[in-house]
Structure formats: C-alpha cells, structure tokens
Design a protein around this ligand. Sequence first.
Ligand code: HDE
Length: 757
Amino acid sequence: MKEDTHHESGNHKKSEPDKTVSSHRHAEIGQEASLKLSGSTHPPGAAPMSPGIEKSPEISNDKLRQLEKSKDVPAGEALTTNQGIKIADNQNSLSVGERGAILLEDFMLREKITHFDHERIPERVVHARGAAVHGFFQVYKPLTHLTKAGFLQQPDIETPVFVRFSTVQGSRGSADTVRDIRGWATKFYTHEGNFDLVGNNTPVFFIQDAIKFPDLVHAVKPEPHNEIPQGQSAHDTFWDFVSLQPETLHNVMWAMSDRGIPRSYRMMEGFGIHTFKMINAEGQCHFVRFHWKPLYGVASLLWDEAQLITGRDPDFHRRELWEAIEAGDYPEYELGLQIIPMQDEHRFDFDILEPTKLIPESLVPVQRVGKMTLNRNPDNYFCETEQVAFCPANLVPGLDFSDDPLLQGRPFSYLDTQISRLGGPNFHEIPINKPLCPFHNHQRDGQHRMSVSGAANYEPNSIDNNWPRETPPGAREGGGSTFKQPVNGEKIRQRSGSFSDHYSQPRLFWLSQTDYEQAHIVDGFSFELGKVQRPWIRKRVVDQLCYIDKDLAKRVAQQVGISISPAQLAYPLPNPVNGLTVEPSLSIYGENAREVAVDYRIKSRQVALLVADGVCGEAVIRMIRRLEQQGVHAKILAPSVGEITTLQGLNLEVNDSFEGNTSVLFDAAIVPTGKESVATLMQNGAAKYFLIQSFKHLKGIGLQGEASALYSALSLPAPDEGVIVNNTPQHLVDELTAVMKQHRVWSREKVAATIAG
Ligand code: HDE
C-alpha cells in the first residue's frame, strides 16, 4: 500500500444545500464554480440516444448514405398495411358484434399475424451470437508494390467497413463472455466490389482440411441428446474429438489461454489465419497473412470473472462495444501484414499453407499498413447485423487465394449457407450486403429478387447490344484474375507430409507465456476436462499434452486426478520452430509482448466510486474529473439509485446501486473519504463484496482518507501493489490509473486465490 499524507478532505465548507451535482453533466459544486465536469458526450450507462445515422450525422460514409435510402422514416406518417392501406384501429380485430367471432376477411389482422409468424430466420450454423458496427479503413501509404487492390493504394481513400464480432459455439441468445474463439468478420465496401476478411481472434484454426469442419462443429456444439452445454466446449464430444485429432491442439491451446476470454472486442487481436496472395499490377505475387492489432491493447478477463459476468451481464461485450461507440471511444485497429516472397515459401519448419500453424512474428515481422476505426452503431440489429452475409470468396482484384485446403473449402460454404439462412440466392440485394459499386450480370429471378433486369438475360445477345459485357470492353479493369501458377498432379485424397507436425507450435505457444498465463492455461484445461464425464477421454487429452510439454501435462493431470506413466514422461519433445523456443508476441502480458504487439491505452476503461450519504463530494468530483482527463469513465455507485447527500450538504446524483453493478463490470474501484459514508459502506454487504471481488480479480483499488478503515475491516492482505491509499484525489487517481495500465495486479494472484468470495 502506498500512502500520501497530504490530506485535504477535512476542510469542507457547507454551501448551497439543494444543488444537485451530476457526474455526467456540466455542474458546479458549492463555491467551487471552477469545478466544471466536462463529461463524455454519452458515457456508458447513460440514457440511450436514438441509434444510427440520426444521432451524429457528421459521422457518415458512402455505405451509411446508401443504407439511409432504404430507411423507413415514419415520423408524421399514418400507420398502414404493407399495401399502404391506412389503419384506423390497431387495437381491435374485425368481429361480428362485440362478443362475436373474428372475421377471416380482416386482412389487417391476417397480414399482421402472418408477418409475425415468419419473423424468425435460421441462425448461423456457427458464429450465431454476434454484434456488428460500421466504420472505415484507411491505408497509411500506397501498397502498389504488393497489390493492385484499389482500396490499398491511396491514403486519402476512406473505405467503409462493417465488422461483425462473434462467438462460435453458442446460439444467438447465448452469453458473450464464455470461453470460446471469437469471430472477426470485416466487410470492406471498396469501389471495386466487396472484400470480406472473415477471420478469428486466433492466428490458427482447429483443422487442416475443410472436410473435417462439420465433424469439428458437431463435436463442439452442445451434445446431441440433451443440447447441453450452451456456449461452451467443456463437454465430452468436443474433447473426444480433440484427443483423437491432434491437429486441433494448437488452436485448443489458444482457446484455453487468456485469448479465449477477451476483456472487450476492442482489446483483441484479429487474424485472417490462412495465407492469401497479393498480386500487383505487374502480375508479381507475394504470400500474405492478415492481422488486426488493437490500439487499445490486448487484454482478457479472468475465468472466474468471465463466469460471473455471464450471469450479471450476458451481453457484456455487445453492450461494451455499443457504449464505447456512443461515448466516442471508437475501437481502432491497425491492419498488419506478414509478407512472404514466393521464393521463401519453403523456408520454414512448417508449411505456410497450413492453417493450424502461425508464422512467428520474430521470423516475419508484422508490417502495420493501415488503420480501421469503428465509429457508428447500426440502426437495426436484424437488418444489418443479422442479415449481413460474409464470404471469403469476396476478394477484390489484387487479392487471391492460396492452396490452403481449409481456405479452399470456405468460399463455397458461406455462399451456400446464406441461401438457407437468408432464404434464397438474392441476399446480395439486401442493403447491408450490397456493394457500393454498381453490379450487373445475367443472373435472374429467384426468391426476393429486387432489381429489375433488362430485355436480354443471356450473353452474347444482340437485343441489349450485348451489355453488360466482360472487361474489357466493360468499363472497369478485369477482376477475378487469378495468379497464373503452374499446377500438376494426380488426383489423390492424402494429407501432405508437411502438415504432420502437431506439437511444435503448441509447445512454442506454451513456452512463450508468462508464469501466470501458463497457470491460466492449466486452469482452462482442468476446468474443461473436469466437465468431461468419460474418464478415457480425459486420459487421452492428458496423453496428448505429454507430447507438448511435460510440466503442462503433469499440472493438468494433477488437477483432474490422472496419473502419468513413466512411458508418457519419456515421449520425445518437439523441436523449436525455426530455432525459436520463445515467441514474445504470443504472450499478452509479457513485457516484450506489450511493447511489440500493442499501444496500450486505458481510455474507455471504467471505474466505480463507492459512496453513501456523507461522502466528500468535492473529492468525488475531483476524482471524476481526473479520470475523465485520462479518458476513463467513472460511475457513482451507492446503496440505492437516486441521490445522496454529500459531506458538504449537496445532492450528488448516483448512477446506479451496488446491487445492480458488481465489480466484475468495472476495471477498478475507488472509495472516497467521508466518515458517515464509509461507516454505511461497512454495513453494506454488497459494497464489501464489491471490494473483495475487486481484490480477488486483481483490480486496482483506491482508498481515500477514512476509506482505509473499510479496507482493513475486510481483512484483505496489505500492503498490496494495487491498493492505493492517497488522500489527494488527483494523486490517488493518477496512481490508480498507473495500476490500470498494467491491466491486472499480477503480483497478487497467488494470495488472491486464497480469498473466499
Ligand atoms: Fe467459418 N463459417 N467456416 N471459419 N466463419 C461461417 O458462414 C466454414 C473458418 C468464420 O459474422 C458460416 O455466414 C467452413 C475459419 C467467421 O457472419 C459457415 C470452414 C475461420 C464466421 C462457415 C470454416 C472462420 C464464420 C456460418 C472450413 C477463421 C462468422 C454462417 C472450411 C479464419 C461470420 C455464415 C459472420 C461463419 C463455414 C472455417 C471464421 C457455415 C466450411 C478457418 C468469423 O458458412
């Protein structure tokens, strides 16, 4: 605990007793008229503004303007049927007399109910649960030497994007904070057509060949007999598959690590996973792997915290994303490229066409070539987030597929699945999916066709003068021009020998983690295997871990009650990856990783101030101001919502109660001084639980003046690096935010594990 003896909270003057101090509005407190709170325009948790384009018209782009044209603006308009017939009575069906039967001729009733009956569409087979937002992408400098893709040529071009983040396993209504891979699909609306980068938050996938995808998904989805568990891989069928298909192990290591429970969609890395190709105007080709690097840094939840949030706020990530955009804390990510010249294709210990392998950043550094900013929430969840249809086949000229056998199976599947999900082959006409550039072809008819085609629906034709025509002579440069590559071989069903090492990279991942990250991986495996009911599956997984690392295997085995034989301990260990035993960028919290991988920010983080009647209002306001200066949002929590009376006799607006807002929803807690306030908190179980949980989850705690007594009463360990005792509000905040920049107080983890709560 760090102490500052400068005390300024005792000297308060009473003034203007009936003035209310609002933490999120411009406010004056008592005689301190200079203490104005600027507040964020729309801080998290504030009353909702209207969504979408109306709320901040200055934020727009070509795609949003295109969408606006399909918007229904009903203000001042009559309620009508879908045929435009005005409805005078939307309360009563047409019946025979007051108590008589309803007439079948009531077309208003029939239309309303029939439409309602068909409101649901199938959810996505995987990635059903998601949240999406609009934004834009800009390249830093022309990438002409690598690709002819137009949107990567000019830094002054803002390409509109729509990004959907998702979990994989759970259904549409499942929780956000489950342990799972996160989907990260970006649709770039370029002027050469749509480019969809459909990736995940891990750089590797579970399988090598598309033909195994249904098996993987059937295994991880809830068990077929009882549809349990929801949003989780902690069950027999998943681990059965893993134990029998060792190529899954690398991605499983990532899923069991902190990466499987991200703190926020703004704080994850993203990966295109597969190797793609970039082709420039001269026809030269490079292999490329895509990365997204978050400017808010990479950060994760703790497992206990994630589970609690699943109950407290199942929409945690979705809400957080929405609120961040409303508050102006726009998610930002840099686009990174790993470029591999064609002649280097075989210079690695692994095959770059293999999606269960990453390319270590120490071998091929990630070049940051542009930035994506997400700055606009959708207007309507169903119309945009649910109906958006991504497809890895959507590549613009200058980008091309590699022969990765997993990638090769994807373009077909995504197109195919939309036909049943969105009800036919014309889903490209749904506004969110429409390209910005014009599109013309001879495809016709089908369910829900919207555009009206010309006289000739075939090519060649002489009726429409043979339009539209291929390029040239069509106006734009030809697309779909694949890289000319000699291919020769026999038709075979056989995995390449270069795909056969399943253990080197999981070992590299394991060895690159800090001690506490390793402990989390052990806990992740142990939790999941603990839920597996068939003992032979647990044993087989531990057996597989023996090929990765003996320490990992022993620690997991010990936690799930399995003994490892001397023969298993003698399994040979895999080789380093191209001489690497450690790759710093694989760790989230290691010193190197933090510097190499991210620009860490605390902007947008949230701090709770725990108060009751008699709190020092001046201190509260000063703290909030200081937090806001650093881009951190503060919420005042009290025993009940409404207002409290400060030590100075002012009314202070409370944002919420302790009951509705436990510590898992915040990044740090502060208890401001005030004798009466602290005495009340001491009698309040929810407030005490808040602090105990904050400590347990390795969060910073700030204590001012009398608040130290509350901390002592909880019998929490002291001193502690993350518990700041300081009487000066500004200093206390500065020390606390320094702790928050470390994300967690890792030095506390062992002692925190001994605390009940
Ligand atoms: Fe997907 N995947 N996938 N996938 N995937 C779908 O498409 C599929 C794979 C990913 O927010 C589906 O529209 C096959 C890898 C994301 O709408 C479906 C194979 C990666 C999303 C499908 C893969 C992904 C999907 C379900 C193996 C990371 C959500 C609904 C060949 C690089 C997109 C849909 C969104 C969605 C098939 C493998 C990421 C069924 C057959 C590898 C982020 O078409």
